[in-house]
Design a protein around this ligand. Sequence first.
Ligand code: TPP
Length: 631
Amino acid sequence: MKDYKVLGRVNSYKDLQNLSPEEIKQLAEEVRNYIIDITSKKGGHIGPSLGVVELTIALLLSFDPIKDKIVWDIGHQAYAYKILTDRKERFKTLRDYGGISGFTKIKESIYDHFGAGHSSTSISAALGMRIGKDLKNKDGYTVAVIGDGAMTAGQAFEGLNNAGWLDPSKFIIILNDNQMSISANVGAIYTYFNRIITNKVFQKPRRALKVAANKLFGKSAVSILRKLEEYAKGLFTPGIIFEELGFNYIGPIDGHSIFSLKETFENIKNMQGPILIHVITKKGKGYKPAEENPISYHGMSPFDKITGVPVKKKTNQPTWSEIFGNALVELASKDEKIVAITPAMKEGSGLVNFAKNFPDRFFDVGIAEQHAATFAGGLAIEGLKPVLAYYSTFLQRGYDQVIHDLALQELPVLLAIDRAGLVGEDGPTHHGVFDIAFLRCIPNIVICAPKDAKELRDLLFTGINSGKLFAIRYPRGTAYGKSDTPFEKIKIGSWEILEEGRDIAVLATGKYVYRGLKVREILKKKGLNPTIVNARFIKPFDTEILDKILKTHEYIVTLEDGVLSGGFGSSMIEYITDNNYKNIITRFGIPDRFIEHGKIDILEEKLGLTSEAIANRIESFIQDKSFKIVS
Ligand SMILES: Cc1ncc(C[n+]2csc(CCOP(=O)(O)OP(=O)(O)O)c2C)c(N)n1
C-alpha cells in the first residue's frame, strides 16, 4: 500500500470522515488505481466498478454501512465498496480460489447485506430490509444501487411497484445510469432514461421556437406555446414515471461529483416516502481503454495495465459460443425463418455477427429471461424458428416460461444453453450446473450436449429443423475439433460408442466425453479396458445402446458437468432400477453443495473430476466394488 498515500491510511470507512476534500479526491484516484492494478492481474468487472468509485465514497460519507443497508445490484460493481469497507488487503485475492468474490456475498463480510450475481434483485431485497426494519422498529436507511441495465428486468419493476404501494420512508433507490448494460442498453425504458439525460437538447429547440414565434406572430402565439409546453411538461418532466409510481424522483445528477452526491444524500434524509436518485456515471471512468471500449471492459481477463491489452493470447481454436454464433449465421443465411433472441448477452453468446448480418431477425430483449422465452414462443406460433441463447445460470430465471409457455404447448424453440457446467472465477451464482436436472423432468423437451465443434453444429442444424423444443448445452471456453464441417442431421436420442472395451462402460456427456477418452488411456495402462460412450442426448436417450451396454458391462460410470442430484447419472440409475438391471453404477459430477469460485482446473481438481482422479476412483471401485461420491 506504499504507493497509496491516502488509501494506505484508510482502514475503515469511518476514516473517510477525517479526510479533507482534497484527500477525498485523492482517495478516489487511488481506489481507481488499485482496482485497475488488481483487475489487471486477476481479471474481473473493471468497467462497472470504475464507474461507481465516487458514488461509493459519497455513500460511505453519508451513510453508515452497518446501520444503513446498502444493497448493490448484481454486485459486480462493488469493488470500491469492498476496498473501503473491510477488504482492502484481501482485495488482492479477487476471484482467486479461496479469495475475495467478484460479487457481494453475505458470508464474506458484515458489510455485504445481500449476495448477488444475477441482476435486478436489489430493489426487492432492500425493500424487504426496509419493511423488516419498520416492523422491528429499527432505525437506518436502506439503499438499493441498481444499474440502468438491471432496471430493464421484470423483477426490478415488481420491486418498484410494491415499494410505491408500501410507501416506506428512508428507502432510497439509486439508479446508476451509464447507458450501458453489457452491450449498449436497449428498450423503451432505456430510451426514456436517455430522454431525461438529453433533456437539455430538448430545451434548446424549445427556446428557439419561442423566439421565432414571438418574431412572427407576437405575444399571443408565445402564450399558446406556453400552454402547449405545460401540457408537454407532463411528458418531459424528468422521472415522471417514477413520480407516478409514488417515488420522489431526484436527478439526473453527476455521479462523479462526490460532494454534490453527498449534498444530495444529506438533503433527502428527512424526506417522506420512497426516493429514487438518478445518477449519471461513465462506465470505465478514469481508465482510457475501459472508457473507450466499455463492452470489452465490462468484464475482462487479466490485461496489461499500460496498454489495456489482454495478457492471454487468443488461441486459433474458437470458443463454443463462437462456433454456435458462426453456425447460426450460416444456417440463417439459407433460412429466413431463423431468428435469434438474447436477454442482454449478445457478445457473450456469440451473436454479434448474427446481429450485424440480420438486424431485423435479431432481438436483444434486455435482462428479461422470462419475457425472452415467451416472446420466442410467440415467434414460433407465427411459424418462425426462434433460437433463444441463454447462459445456463440465467436460464434459471425463465424456468416457468420454458415449462408453461414452451414445453406444455409443444412450441418449437431452440434453447442454446451456453456456459453450461462450471464457469470458474464468477463462482456459485454463475456455475451452470443445474440445467440438466431442472430440464430433464419437463415433458416434450429434447436435451443434448455436443462433445465437440462439429457435433454442436450438427445438433444446432438438427434442432432448428426438428419442430421440437430442443435444448443444446455447451460449456465455457474453447471447443475441440474442426468447426468448418458440413451440416449433418443427427438422429434425435442417438448415442455413439467411441471405444469398445469390456466390464466397465463410461457414459459421458458434453465436454466430459473427451475426458472419458483420456480416462480410458490412463486405465488401459493399469490393465483395464473401458468402453466409452458419447451420451450426446440426455433426453431422450439411446435405449438401444444402453440396453446393450447394460447387458454386457457390469460396471457403469457416468460423467457429467452438472449436479449429481437429478442429473444425467440419476437418469441412468432410474433406467437401471426401472428395468430390473443389476449393474453397479457410480456417477461423477457436481455434488450437492454450491461450488465456490476459482479457476475451473482448480475446482475440478478439488471435486475429483480430473482424468487422473476419475481413473483412480474407477480403479479402486473395481477393486473394492463400492462406488463413492466425492463431496
Ligand atoms: C439475470 C441476469 N441476466 C444477465 C446477467 C449478465 N449481466 C451481468 S452485468 C449485466 C449488465 C448490467 O448492466 P447495468 O445494470 O447497467 O450495470 P453496469 O454493468 O452497466 O454498471 C448483465 C446483463 C446477470 N448478471 N443476471
